[in-house]
Design a protein around this ligand. Structure first.
Ligand SMILES: *Cc1c(COP(=O)(O)O)cnc(C)c1O
Length: 379
């Protein structure tokens, strides 16, 4: 156990390590009705929208809660009560999207792909052409449960050509991977404060196509998750409808200022890619193998096969690495023993190199020698 009062580095897909400037922005109290705070909200909405080049077509509606609250708000507000949503599922977040759609009482169909494969555009078009009653498609851009990237531009074009609405969970990709609302058509794209913008967790936001949101009044079956009402109230009063997460909003504003100053999306992607390359090359050198094919992998989070060694137990391994200052993330696959390492947050390749060293030391201490997974060794 470390004796130093130092925060561990979070190698998780949110909450993640934030900069000192972002943390210190939270050391003030704000009145939710105060014009100074409302100006911050307006600036945050504007800055977020600019990242997807969405000002001409979309509005940014912030929502209290973790990212899932915003996904649920988007589905529940933008899909009419008699709508029919086709969920594209190749991991846990796709499954969550399907589940919340059903719980909101919307008709649901699913296109499913294995965990280690991207959603195929051909499967989507086949499903759409087979059932004209489908009104909306929902997809996960980067499926954080594995780290796989789904083909957003291609799926968006296919959905658009069939005149259906598209709802994108871009939670773990927004801000890092390029997304251009003027080129990639969608009704809604959802993300949150505590991911690639590197703010604290606590609020999400939906970029909703203005023309679609305008005719969404009365769709929501939830009071607090009614995105249309949240938007209307904010337009009229400049305030949040219910208590805003004030500290999160001002810290997100600070994080957005740093994002801009550092060079925006291209710079963020470059840093995360450098993190990813440092991590994967270091871990491969130790004998680890990556679950997702490199061609399908986003530089956001990496799933590694657990070591084959019989001495390996995730909890003990996790504890050792944590005591050296790094927080890993458990795997989310039902069939295979894995763990995940995030590449996002206010960290660079140096931190990733130190993390790999911590993993090496933890393996040594635990006497774990057989690192490559059985299945991969046999292949
Ligand atoms: C983080 C994340 C979410 C939101 O999860 P919360 O726990 O509600 O913050 C949703 N979808 C994806 C793809 C994510 O990475």
């Amino acid at each position: 156990m470390s004796h130093f009062d130092r925060d561990p580095i979070l190698l998780t897909p949110g909450p993640l390590t934030t900069s000192l400037a972002t943390k210190t922005a939270m050391l003030r109290d704000w009145g939710s009705w105060d014009s100074h705070f409302n100006a911050v909200t307006a600036r945050v909405r504007e800055r977020l929208t600019a990242i997807i080049n969405g000002a001409a077509s979309h509005v940014c509606v912030p929502m209290q809660g973790s990212g899932t609250f915003s996904v649920e708000a988007a589905v529940n507000t933008l899909v009419p009560r008699n709508g029919h949503l086709l969920a594209l599922v190749n991991g846990a977040y796709g499954k969550r999207m399907a589940r919340l759609t059903e719980m909101m009482g919307r008709h649901l169909s699913v296109v499913e792909a294995p965990d280690d494969q991207a959603i195929s555009v051909a499967d989507v078009t086949r499903a759409l052409d087979a059932d004209a009653s489908i009104t909306h498609v929902a997809m996960i851009h980067c499926e954080t449960s594995t780290g796989i990237l789904n083909p957003l531009p291609e799926i968006a074009a296919a959905v658009e050509s069939r005149r259906k609405g598209l709802i994108v969970d871009a939670m773990s990709s927004f801000g890092a991977l390029p997304i251009d609302a003027a080129k990639t058509p969608f009704d809604a794209l959802v993300a949150a404060s505590g991911k690639c913008i590197e703010g604290p967790p606590g609020m999400g936001f939906v970029f909703a196509r203005r023309s679609v949101l305008e005719r969404s009044a009365g769709n929501s079956t939830s009071l607090s998750l009614d995105l249309h009402d949240q938007w209307q109230y904010m337009e009229k009063t400049t305030q949040w409808r219910y208590t805003p997460p004030t500290h999160v909003v001002v810290a997100l504003d600070a994080a957005l200022e740093q994002y801009r100053a550092a060079g925006g999306q291209a710079a963020r992607l470059a840093r995360y890619t450098a993190n990813y390359e440092m991590l994967v090359s270091g871990m491969m050198e130790l004998g680890f193998r990556v679950f997702v094919d490199a061609k399908l992998q986003a530089p956001i989070i990496v799933t590694f096969h657990a070591p084959a060694d019989s001495k390996y137990v995730f909890k003990a391994f996790y504890d050792r690495v944590r005591d050296k200052g790094f927080i890993l993330y458990p795997g989310k696959l039902t069939q295979l023993e894995t763990f995940r390492v995030g590449c996002i947050g206010a960290i660079g390749p140096d931190e990733m190199r130190h993390a790999v060293n911590a993993v090496r030391d933890a393996l040594d201490e635990l006497g774990i020698k057989q690192i490559a997974p059985r299945a991969v060794r046999a292949a």
